[in-house]
Design a protein around this ligand. Structure first.
Ligand SMILES: Cc1cc2nc3c(=O)[nH]c(=O)nc-3n(C[C@H](O)[C@H](O)[C@H](O)COP(=O)(O)OP(=O)(O)OC[C@H]3O[C@@H](n4cnc5c(N)ncnc54)[C@H](O)[C@@H]3O)c2cc1C
Length: 423
């Protein structure tokens, strides 16, 4: 089959590879000039298979107000909120308080995380991809005794699913991360022993290059304006090049992996995808002293900032902001991120030389991604990965390829079904 994949973020590129491996002819359409340049560009770099959890949770809803009131708090919202923001929040609250839904979605996402780890290992074994990647574990710090008790509950779910983890004393935390010499409060931590790291942009670029060598066509600087469809099938896509070119490209099947832009194309074929662009920020700084830097990836619960080692760089990332689509980077956000780094890893990196970035998580109101068949028999969706698209990409790609080939997917896709928002 000739399959068109829309979007060359990490989800689109991994999808293209999975389809190619199954013998399909694949064309990837990307409106930007290369792979992994939108949300996949500057994320926190965690492949956090054991951490994945739905955005819609009653616990999070209870903390939301406190987070909003705190200047350094992780949750921000533009006031007054827009109608789109309000709609998204109402839908999130509905999922958060629907009995049993959080637990089911959490387990479904964790199973997808486990599957994705296996898929990444196979991919990395097969291709020599250069992306500062590792699987050296991930750590969540506890800056209060209360947080340690939350981690005890988390560890129970991880044990249930066979995900290797360790509850650590402050001394054990420092043994795993000897560079952590700052004075931030520390009451222990939870280590996800088999989780990993990696630069998602470098990975997307490196995999796209491998795809091109293998015969997959990438058409950059080309936007899909419209799906060409009748009531039963999609026949192709209407393209527009940055040079003014217009073309209709025929396809036997289409996969929509356009991140936060997916709803626009889906709408035309009667598919409601309530994906909201949840903003976040990162800074990436060259290391000054590798001995003082994280070895892997650390989640500082004090500021809700993640610091990740990516080769000879440190990436620090934070904030969940509901302000619609706005690429500004306020200095106050960067200040909070720098505060976290300095309280844990002082002197590790040259923060004054950091590059800064903002990106938009393609978030569904409940949290799980959208994986499955759309409103036409040959339209498929692999999108809406929210906070965990880098982590879940390799596994999601295999699952959608199985669906396209008419196989029973390796995991139940119930939590990821595209039609769940209309129910
Ligand atoms: C601050 C922050 C930190 C994060 N940290 C992590 C992390 O540590 N671990 C993790 O797993 N995830 C993390 N994420 C989430 C992760 O980055 C995303 O889930 C993931 O990048 C989404 O990938 P994607 O391919 O779906 O979307 P994108 O990377 O946005 O790719 C979609 C592509 O589609 C293209 N496109 C859109 N419309 C069209 C069109 N009409 N025609 C052609 N092309 C089109 C876009 O240009 C884009 O390149 C983080 C996100 C943010 C913002």
């Amino acid at each position: 089959m000739h399959i068109v994949v829309i979007g060359a973020g990490v989800v689109g590129v991994t999808t293209a590879w999975s389809l190619h491996k199954r013998g399909h002819q694949v064309t990837v359409i990307e409106r930007l000039e290369g792979a992994g340049l939108e949300t996949s560009k500057g994320n926190a770099g965690q492949r956090s298979y054991g951490v994945v959890s739905p955005w819609a949770s009653a616990a999070m809803a209870r903390k939301a107000l406190t987070y909003l009131m705190d200047r350094d708090g992780p949750l921000k919202m533009r006031m007054p909120p827009s109608l789109d923001t309000l709609r998204f929040l109402v839908s999130t609250l509905r999922f958060a308080y629907a009995p049993g839904v959080f637990g089911l979605n959490r387990r479904a996402m964790l199973r997808l995380g486990i599957h994705s780890r296996e898929s990444f290992l196979a991919l990395e074994d097969e291709l020599n991809l250069v992306f500062d990647g590792d699987h050296a574990g991930l750590m969540h710090l506890a800056s209060s005794p209360h947080m340690m008790t939350e981690y005890v509950d988390t560890a129970e779910v991880l044990d249930e699913l066979g995900i290797e983890n360790q509850l650590l004393s402050p001394q054990e935390v420092r043994e795993y991360e000897p560079g952590m010499r700052g004075n931030g409060p520390l009451h222990g931590g939870l280590r996800y022993a088999t989780d990993g790291t990696g630069d998602c942009h470098l990975f997307s670029r490196s995999l796209a290059e491998a795809c091109e060598k293998a015969g997959i066509e990438f058409r950059y600087n080309t936007r899909v304006n419209r799906l060409v469809a009748d009531h039963r099938r999609v026949h192709g896509v209407e393209l527009e090049g940055s040079n003014g070119m217009h073309e209709r490209l025929e396809a036997d099947a289409v996969v929509l992996s356009a991140g936060f832009a997916s709803p626009l194309l889906a709408k035309e074929v009667g598919l409601h995808l309530p994906i909201y662009p949840v903003k976040g920020y990162s800074l990436t700084a060259p290391l000054l002293d590798a001995e003082k830097a994280p070895r892997s990836t650390i989640h500082d619960d004090n500021f809700k900032v993640v610091s990740t080692r990516l080769g000879d760089r440190l990436r620090a990332t934070g904030f969940v902001e509901l302000s619609g689509f706005d690429r500004q980077i306020p200095e106050t956000r960067l200040q909070t991120i720098r505060k976290s780094v300095n309280s844990r890893f002082p002197g590790a990196a040259d923060l004054s030389a950091a590059t800064t970035w903002t990106g938009f998580r393609p978030m569904t109101p409940d949290g799980p991604p959208i994986i499955g068949r759309g409103t036409r028999e040959n339209l498929f969706l692999n999108t809406g990965h929210g906070t965990f698209g880098w982590t879940l990409s390799a596994g999601s790609a295999e699952l959608i390829a199985q669906v396209i080939d008419g196989e029973t997917p390796a995991l139940s896709l119930d939590a990821f079904r595209p039609g769940r928002f209309a129910e």
